[in-house]
Write a protein that binds this ligand. Structure first.
Ligand SMILES: [Zn+2]
Length: 368
């Protein structure tokens, strides 16, 4: 007999139906019709057997949720037995519009299955706490989320140039969180290059802007249904963002006036038209800048990123930011930005190394 668990940190799933002793079906719990592809469950086997689990889109938001779900059906997802997460194939004979997985389980075995490689808030907290014992490293908070969780920050370095690095606006895009933890590990290391960055810059890292969404397994929103990427309309003209997490972030930006912002997101599936590693870059529209000099600095940074990183491998060109994004708003203040979409399928080791490479490239472009 197989039991299924849909509650727990980063878990997402609803309405489980038992179709047999070893066969379950459940729906994703969507934030809206687009952000509804994420799921995460844990299976408990009492004796040996082959588990079959069918995952379908949120029925309350059909038919749009079904189209979005179908667009995001992967060839592999992530599976965890005792050790770490490993890529695991989706059953090629899945019924239409459904993700089916089959897993052979040993007696008493517990297996977790997730659409994205998860990086839970509890592990972020543990990682940052450990790193905060390093010299020149300061653990802090931007404030609290709507449900009262700390929006953790780690500042590394004592230089005069302030750099800001963000992830976790869309909670299921855990690659960005992994990227920032990798950046933190590199920045505190004894490598001469990392030491030089610490001396010249002060890098503030926010790995999980949306801790409530992370813990409760939201796909793209916070628990109040707000998209923290599109949460800054007219902030540079004095409007306070409505979402509490975005308001905390904007207050920090106004107080610290960073010289550069970086933001890591994660694509949930390889692009058919792109090439490995299917990553992305976004940039503000020219009209987001007031000053021609600021616009020119952004374009110089973009050229450097286009040639030195894999950021154009998903679609071949830059995507333009929403005017309500943080990046469009800081552009108005004259601050250049990097917005990098990692690829979930390539896994956390590559996310960590990419983040370090992107930071290095951006610093070299703007502060040679
Ligand atoms: Zn995103």
């Amino acid at each position: 007999m197989l039991q299924i668990q849909l509650e727990g940190e980063c878990h997402n799933g609803q309405y489980p139906i038992r179709l047999g002793a070893w066969h379950w079906r459940f729906e994703t719990r969507a934030d809206d019709s687009h952000y509804g592809y994420y799921f995460h469950c844990t299976l408990h086997a009492q004796e040996a057997g082959e588990a079959v689990v069918d995952i379908s889109p949120d029925s309350a938001l059909l038919p749009e949720s079904g189209s979005s779900f179908a667009l995001h059906i992967p060839e592999t997802l992530w599976l965890k037995r005792q050790g770490g997460w490993e890529r695991y194939p989706v059953d090629s004979a899945s019924p239409e519009g459904v993700i089916r997985i089959r897993v052979s389980m040993a007696p008493g075995e517990i297996v977790s299955v997730s659409r994205m490689n998860p990086c839970p808030y509890s592990s972020v907290l543990a990682h940052l706490s450990e790193l905060s014992n390093s010299p020149h490293t300061y653990l802090g908070t931007l404030g609290q989320s709507a449900e009262g969780r700390e929006i953790l920050s780690l500042t590394i370095g004592d230089g005069v140039i302030q750099v800001f690095v963000l992830a976790g606006q869309h909670p299921a895009e855990f690659g960005g969180v992994q990227a920032i933890l990798g950046l933190a590990d590199w920045l505190v290391s004894s490598l001469p290059e990392a030491r030089a960055v610490r001396e010249r810059f002060r890098v503030t890292l926010i790995p999980t802007l949306n801790p409530d969404g992370n813990v409760t397994g939201c796909c793209g929103h916070n628990r109040q249904g707000e998209d923290l990427y599109r949460a800054f309309p007219d902030a540079a003209r004095g409007s306070t963002p409505r979402a509490q997490e975005a308001a905390c972030l904007w207050r920090w930006v106004e107080t610290h006036n960073p010289a550069l912002t970086l933001n890591f997101h994660t694509y949930p599936q390889p692009s058919l038209s792109g090439s490995f590693p299917w990553e992305g870059l976004y940039t503000p529209l020219d009209t987001a800048f007031i000053s021609e000099i600021d616009r020119a600095r952004q374009r110089l940074l973009d050229q450097r990123l286009a040639w030195e990183t894999d950021g154009l491998s998903h679609s071949g060109g830059f995507v333009h930011h929403s005017p309500d994004s943080l990046e469009s708003q800081v552009a108005r203040l004259g601050t250049p930005s990097v917005f990098y979409e990692l690829q979930d399928a390539v896994g956390p080791i590559r996310h960590r190394r990419t983040a370090v490479h992107v930071l290095r490239t951006a610093l070299l472009a703007l502060f040679p």
